[in-house]
Write a protein that binds this ligand. Structure first.
Ligand SMILES: Cc1ncc(C[n+]2csc(CCOP(=O)(O)OP(=O)(O)O)c2C)c(N)n1
Length: 328
């Protein structure tokens, strides 16, 4: 047992809960990938496999009434906020029981009750929207924050820079969380950014910035929590460069030929699930038998979610204009 391993303020129970949530995300996404290959659904599908610690560390550091907004690789982030496996899987399959009534699909999961504000398909498009939410939080004088996720491929969109400038100028309670998984589709970061230390991008906006290891749950939680606390307590924005890695292709149609097998193997050795598994055992927070038991439960839950989605109805034909016009 190691007393120094857990550098966070989280209890063993909270760490086990975080691990279970990461595991459920992984198993649901593996099932989603298989279901896609079996043509049980179509359209875009971007898996989060390999990045789970980032979303779960963030949600663990957030309060329930805080807001989260993100891009299209969002199944894991939605589930980290408590959106159920059933709701996500039904949405992927376009069923009435999905989180968005089957109208959004993989890229547009949304859950108002959990302040999960999507699921957006335009690269970087969610960054100014989230900045607007941060402004509204401040205007209403609410003790809340918003965390907005985006990939490093968004960093050279104009709206990223416009948003950071205004957030700093107006002291907004927002965390700009860049999930830097090294590739924007097949383009490596070094080919598109003049600087490799992304913290420099926040300098001209006089904004705090940090680089965080997103595969180490403890480091991820501590770094993200510090930014969330700054937003809540000082109403100041932060830019985070969270280093992570996706183990699958960009989307289901990407064979990922732009990276070597050795690189993938090396990254898989830093699997965030493996990291937390080993830490929990070393901390004495759970036994290997217990952790294997959780895995069986998660596999069962993921399988059942797919079955329920397949059995659920599609939206009714006569509801096609719902939510489009105010008075159809
Ligand atoms: C404005 C815009 N340009 C291009 C695309 C096509 N596109 C979809 S995902 C993507 C790559 C984005 O990579 P990154 O931001 O690093 O996120 P990741 O997919 O790695 O999570 C591109 C170019 C888009 N959806 N929107």
């Amino acid at each position: 047992m190691s007393d120094t391993l857990n550098t966070t303020d989280l209890t063993n129970e909270q760490l086990v809960e975080a691990y279970r949530r990461m595991l459920l995300i992984r198993r649901v996404e593996e099932n989603a990938g298989r279901a896609y290959q079996m043509q049980k659904f179509s359209g875009f599908c971007h898996l989060y496999i390999g990045q789970e610690a980032v979303a779960v560390a963030t949600s663990t550091a957030m309060r329930d009434d805080d807001y989260m907004m993100t891009a299209y690789r969002e199944h894991g982030q939605a589930m980290s906020r408590g959106v159920s496996a059933d709701s996500v899987m039904a949405e992927l399959l376009g069923r009435k029981t999905g989180s968005t009534g089957g109208r959004g699909g993989s890229m547009h999961i949304f859950d108002k009750e959990r302040n999960f504000l999507g699921g957006w398909g335009i690269v970087g498009g969610q960054i100014p929207l989230a900045t607007g939410v941060a402004w509204a939080i401040k205007y209403r004088e609410e003790p809340k924050v918003i965390v907005v996720f985006f990939g490093e491929g968004s960093l050279h969109q104009g709206v990223f820079h416009e948003s950071l400038n205004l957030a700093s100028l107006w002291d907004l309670p927002i965390v700009y969380l860049c999930e830097n998984n090294k590739y924007a589709m097949g383009t490596e970061m070094s080919r598109i950014s003049a600087v490799s230390d992304l913290r420099k991008k926040a300098v001209s906006y006089d904004m705090e910035a940090a680089q965080i290891d997103g595969q180490d749950f403890f480091a991820a939680y501590n770094g993200i929590k510090e930014a969330i606390d700054r937003a809540r307590n000082e109403s100041r924005p932060t830019f985070l460069d969270v280093r992570t890695y996706r183990f699958r292709g960009h989307s289901m149609s990407d064979p990922a030929t732009y990276r070597t097998k050795d690189e993938l193997t090396e990254e898989q050795e830093r699997d965030p699930l493996g990291f937390l598994y080993n830490a929990l055992v070393e901390l004495g927070a759970a036994t290997e038998e217990e952790l294997e038991g959780y895995d069986k439960e998660c596999k069962k839950e993921a399988k059942a979610a797919l079955k329920k989605a397949e059995d659920a109805p599609f939206p009714d034909d006569d509801s096609v204009l719902d939510y489009i016009y105010v008075n159809p």
